[in-house]
Design a protein around this ligand. Sequence first.
Ligand code: NAP
Ligand code: ZN
Ligand code: ZN
Length: 346
Amino acid sequence: MFATKGYATHGADQPLKPFSFERRDPTPRDVQIEILFCGICHSDLHIARNEWGGTTYPCVPGHEIVGRVVKAGREVKKFKEGDLAAVGCMVDSCRTCPDCEEGLEQFCDETVFTYNSKDKHTGGVTYGGYSKSIVVDEDFVLRISDKLDLAATAPLLCAGITTYSPLRHWKISKGHKVGVVGLGGLGHMALKLANAFGAEVVLFTHSPGKTADAKRLGAHQVVLSSDQDAMEQQAGSFNFILDTVSAKHDLNAYLELLKRDGTMTLVGAPPELPPVGAFPLIFRRRSLAGSLIGGIPETQEMLDFCADHGITSDIELIAIDKVNEAYERMLKSDVKYRFVIDMATL
Ligand code: NAP
Ligand code: ZN
Ligand code: ZN
C-alpha cells in the first residue's frame, strides 16, 4: 500500500474536507494514475449526502478522472509510464457474465464502481477521483486524445457516456426530433451529442436564463417547462426524450410530447419521482425507459468520437477547496456546465 490524499465526506450532513488514505500497490495488471482533473457529477452529491441510501463513510467521490500513468504493471499492454489515461464510473466487474461478455459491464451484478463499492483488493470501500492518485486494472482504464483540452475531457467519462449511450441505443440520427430535459452536466453533453448525430434538438429547462447557452451548445429550440402554451405546442412531436433532471419532477407532461412509439429515457436519478399515469403511455404506445452510464467498449468509442468531432465539456475549473461551494451551486442549477477540479490545487 502507498499513502495518498484526497477530499472525503464523513457523513451525509458533513462538508468534504482533506483526507489521507492508502491505495494498493499496482498488481501486474494495474495502472497507477496521477490524477490531473476530476469532474463533479450530481451523482457525487447524491452519494456524498446519502440521498440514494447505502453510502459508506468516509466517502471520496469522483468518477470523471483524467491523468497521467506513473506506473504500469508488467502485464499491462495498453499503457506505459507517461501516457494520458482516464477512468470513469467503474473499476472492475465479474468479466464472465453475459453482460460483461457483451461489454455492458455496468449491468453486471458484481460491478465495482469507482467509489462507494466494495474494494476486492483492500476489503474496504473504493475511493474515487477527488484524490491525487488511483490504481485501476487496465481493462477499466480508457485512452484519451492529447488533441482535446484535458480538463474539459474529464466530464466525458460520466456525463459524456451517460448521454452518448442512450442516444446510440435508440439509434438517434438525422430526421429524429429529440428532447433533452435539464441543462446541467448531462444535459449540455446531450445537446452536443444529439446535435452531432444530426437530430433536431429541443431543450426543456426550468431556468429562464439558459436559452442563449442552450442554442450555442446545440439546441435548435428552447422551451421553458413552466410555459404551458409552449409545452402544448410540442405535444406528440418527439421521437425520443432524454431526461437528465436530478430533482423530483413530473414525467407525465413530457410523455405527452412523444409521438406514437416514441421513447422517453431517464438518465437523471432523483431519489424520488411522482407517479406516472397509465394514459400517457397507453395512448400512442409510448415507452418509458432508463439507461445507466455505458460499458467500457462504448466509453472508448465515445471518447474516440469526441476526439474526432472536437467535442468536450464546457467547464468551470475550480480549486479543490471550492468543492462544497460547487455542490451548493449545483443544487441551484447554477452550473456552466460542469465543475472540474484542478487536482494541482490539492
Ligand atoms: P446537474 O449538472 O446538477 O444538472 C441537473 C439539471 O436538472 C439542472 O441543471 C436543471 O436544469 C435540472 N433541474 C434541477 N432541479 C430541477 C427541478 N427541481 N425541476 C426541474 N429541473 C431541475 O446534474 P448532472 O450531473 O447532469 O446529473 C443529472 C442527474 O443524472 C443526477 O440525478 C445524476 O445522479 C444522474 N446521473 C445518472 C447517470 C446514469 O448513469 N443514469 C449518470 C450520471 C448522472 P435546468 O436548469 O435546465 O432546468
Ligand atoms: Zn456521474
Ligand atoms: Zn459480469
